[in-house]
Write a protein that binds this ligand. Structure first.
Ligand code: ASP
Length: 321
């Protein structure tokens, strides 16, 4: 079997260290660990990279600690509009939903779109209806709302009124979840899911569901899932750009990803990060913010999670739900 690999992120909009209690940090890290375990179980069981990234993202969508699914950001109307995508690097098949309002696990709907083969992306009410028809769980939008997201929206509205939106912290603004994997057959896959950014315009679609921007996978090269101000990820086609640098310039995964995050996106002063895996099983997780929720598994099966610079190795006790 070739090397298997898995990396995840829970967004580069990490709270300032002091904003969360130690219990809350532990809970967020434990959910990252559970996400890794879900994806890793698929890979070690001989499953596909596609199934692994979906499984990993579902855990983070279900967690209130990340901006996707339960705990997603609220838009300017105080509503949730959810974006997600998944891509199979071996066939370049992809599926996405945009501005969905009722799908409990948007990444599952993205997968169903991929499997249906009739479209790459479904949006709005059509995405919700498709999920329902596909037998996926559909929920009242209040399911997605948490106290923290209500507070974040109130703060962003106050900032907008005071003209200080640009001073908002990354945590107030955004977050996303994503996973990338390489399976035993050498196949690559990526998946990303998000509520977008707090106080975003109604109908705004970010980079996460845009194939080649926030989500991209191509066997033999790399798989990428991004987090950060989506408009710039779309303009720079970040996922495809990382893959292109590797394919055309022969850059390593680490060099290509670092160039895009730390150089190409630097002039805009936006928060940005990504996780990526290469065909050789190497992983990278660059970010330019104070922190990025992230996790990865080494080739020997050791689990690591982190929010800021400090990296925690996951022990059984640590990962207890
Ligand atoms: N990329 C997401 C978006 O723009 C937000 C984020 O990752 O922080 O929708």
């Amino acid at each position: 079997m070739r090397p298997i690999a898995l990396a995840i992120h829970g967004g580069c909009g990490v709270m300032a260290k002091l904003d969360l209690s130690e219990d809350e940090w532990m809970a967020a890290r434990a959910d990252l660990a559970r996400s890794l375990q879900a994806g890793w179980a698929v890979l070690t069981g001989g499953g596909s990279a596609l199934d692994a990234v979906e499984a990993a993202v579902v855990v983070m969508e279900d967690s209130p600690h990340f901006n996707a699914g339960h705990g997603a950001a609220l838009n300017a109307a105080g509503e949730h509009e959810l974006d997600a995508a998944i891509m199979d690097g071996s066939t370049l098949a992809a599926g996405a939903v945009a501005a969905a309002r009722r799908i409990r696990n948007p990444v599952k709907a993205a997968r169903a779109v991929l499997e249906s083969g009739e479209a790459v992306m479904l949006a709005g009410g059509a995405a919700d209806a498709f999920a329902r028809e596909s037998g996926l769980a559909v929920v009242d939008p209040s399911y997605f709302t948490t106290e923290r997201r209500l507070e974040a929206l109130a703060r962003m509205k106050a900032r907008a009124a005071a003209g200080t939106t640009r001073l908002a912290s990354e945590a107030e603004k955004r977050g996303t979840v994503g996973a990338v994997a390489c399976d035993g057959a050498g196949r690559l896959a990526a998946a990303t899911s998000t509520g977008g950014y707090t106080n975003k315009p109604v109908g705004r679609v970010g980079d996460s569901p845009i194939i080649g921007a926030g989500t991209y996978a191509r066997d033999g090269i790399c798989a990428v899932s991004g987090t950060g101000k989506g408009e710039y990820f779309i303009r720079h086609a970040v996922g495809h750009e990382v893959a292109s640098r590797m394919a055309y310039l022969g850059e390593s995964l680490t060099a290509a990803a670092a160039k895009v995050i730390h150089e190409d996106l630097a002039p805009y002063g936006i928060g940005a990060g990504l996780v990526a895996v290469a065909a050789d099983g190497s992983v990278t997780a660059p970010y330019n913010t104070d922190g990025m929720f992230r996790g990865w598994v080494t080739a020997e099966g050791r689990f690591h999670v982190a929010s800021h610079a400090e990296v925690f190795e996951v022990t059984e006790e640590f990962a207890r739900p």
